[in-house]
Design a protein around this ligand. Sequence first.
Ligand code: DGY
Length: 314
Amino acid sequence: MKVLVTAPLPGPWVPWLAERHEVLVFPNPAGPARPELLAWAAANRDAAALLALLTVRVDEALLGVLPSLRVVANYAVGVDNVDLTACAARAVVVCNTPEVLTDATADLTWALLLACARRVTEGERFLRDGRWEAFCPTLLLGVPVAGATLGIVGLGRIGRAVARRARGFGMRVLYASPRDAGDPEARRVPLEELLASADFVSLHCPLNDRTRGLLDAQRLALLRPHAVLVNTARGPLVDEAALAEALHAGRLGGAALDVYTDEPRIPQRLLTAPNTVLLPHLGSASRAAREAMARLAVEGIATALAGGAPANRV
Ligand code: DGY
């Protein structure tokens, strides 16, 4: 059966699948742009499976040109790029890649948090620019991490992995979540209370209709003036324009972001905002995690095409 893979993936799993099915891999490492995607799909209307990057919008228009589609394997744990209702209406199975990227994403969350708190990237730029003249007691002072309060928005797999790491820093952990996570070492509080009392706020909730714009201007205004906001989840959880204004106005200690509303476009006001660390969506970017994601996605497709139910069905 024909399988469309929207970008080359690391590891041996796509070649493994190609021994069993007719696999077409879109050659661009960043996947197809929307018009290319639709044209490629239309040229392969008989495809039974689609392995989609998180940048591929799986919606009515795409499904419409792939009438034989039976399974979409999303190369991500987040499935906000997939219209699940439209897939269900066409009996297209959707699966994702949970668990295998939890530690990689939690590690990167901590890399961002520490980098922003201790002005790591700023310091490196300062040194490389040849501006460092001597040890200076007032140079690039940051905020303490050990013993501080971490507020986690969404205590799912990744949120819990971030919380586990916080214990090593002797931090008090608060979380906001629709459900009680039953974690005796983290205290569940309303979102507003979390925002008003945390030194660091890290977002780990899925993007959906309830969470889009969760951190709007009003909620951002609740953050403490030294607080650092970390986002390795999804850009649209935060009102980027309001965040940039808060940073420029000195109403927020810093922001450490891996994800953006309109990737890869970053608003100029955010690029020029002080105390920001900005990464290009690297949360799961360890070789092990990215290969394991490929394995899960390929397994999901192989299982669905064999008539079974993929383990990570959404
Ligand atoms: C995901 O899996 O949702 C991540 O954003 C990919 O790194």
